[in-house]
Design a protein around this ligand. Structure first.
Ligand SMILES: NC(=O)c1ccc[n+]([C@@H]2O[C@H](COP(=O)([O-])OP(=O)(O)OC[C@H]3O[C@@H](n4cnc5c(N)ncnc54)[C@H](O)[C@@H]3O)[C@@H](O)[C@H]2O)c1
Length: 216
């Protein structure tokens, strides 16, 4: 079996997937400063991750470092972006154009990372037909037709917590395959559906807890 075949068959550990964007951001910064090569030791020092772990993480990506020289930065950036799915465009719909949903529609950074929100949906009639940051907003009733027309397969969920499951069921039935859930509700999904829960507040709780224990 070739190295590439082994790579595609191996399930990438989630911690690796979480660390790789940190490496990417760092090497892009270095590239901006005119650097052309980087070693895993340098990445390790900057990101504060063991250098053998950095090498192991990068072994999932299609790059090979040269002994005592390291990785070519251009190639590393290109391969990391490609590997992380940031170079291809993933079409998404956003459900719940309230305070968080509208803020996400305003975030142009998502597109740079490969998430292209092509429409927003809400139940409030006054939002139907509005354009936010170039993105059209429709009444949720128009979801089946728009799904057919625009072909998005990812749903960003920013509805009130008590509506999360209902909206998820509705959009999965309509063909959505991946959910990026911002609500604090643990949405249940069929096995073939990918779900990613994201909470700023969970990170905040970790920070508060650490602050309390370090400043005691
Ligand atoms: N993950 C995070 O870090 C984070 C941060 C902020 C808020 N949240 C969560 O995000 C969600 C939204 O918060 P918010 O402050 O933007 O609330 P909000 O009330 O401002 O917005 C919710 C929107 O959803 C719409 N909505 C209600 N039912 C709907 C349905 N069936 N289909 C489509 N749209 C529907 C409402 O009309 C409203 O516009 C909440 O669940 C909140 O807990 C998460």
């Amino acid at each position: 079996m070739t190295r590439d075949e082994i790579r595609t068959m191996t399930k990438v550990p989630e911690p690796t997937l979480r660390r790789l964007p940190w490496y990417l951001a760092f090497v892009k910064l270095l590239r901006g400063k005119g650097e052309t090569v980087i070693s895993s030791t340098q990445i390790s020092k900057e990101i504060n991750v063991d250098s053998s772990q950095v090498a192991k993480d990068l072994s999932f990506v299609n790059v090979t470092g040269k002994t005592r020289v390291g990785y070519e930065i251009d190639a590393l950036v290109e391969e990391l972006e490609d590997f992380l799915g940031f170079t291809s465009s993933h079409k998404a719909f956003l459900f719940g154009v309230g305070s968080l949903g509208a803020a996400l529609l305003h975030d142009s950074g998502l597109k740079q990372y490969g998430l292209d929100i092509v429409a927003g949906f809400d139940v409030r009639p006054e939002l139907d037909g509005q354009i936010i940051n170039g993105i059209p907003v429709y009444h949720i009733d128009r979801f089946p037709a728009m799904r057919e027309q625009l072909g998005a397969t990812i749903g960003v969920i920013t509805v009130p917590v008590d509506k999360a499951q209902e909206v998820a069921d509705q959009i999965i039935a309509g063909g959505i395959k991946g959910l990026w859930n911002f609500t604090p509700f643990r949405i249940r999904v069929p096995e073939n559906i990918v779900i990613q829960n994201t909470s700023m507040y969970a990170h905040l709780a970790v920070m508060f807890n650490r602050l309390n224990s370090t400043n005691r």
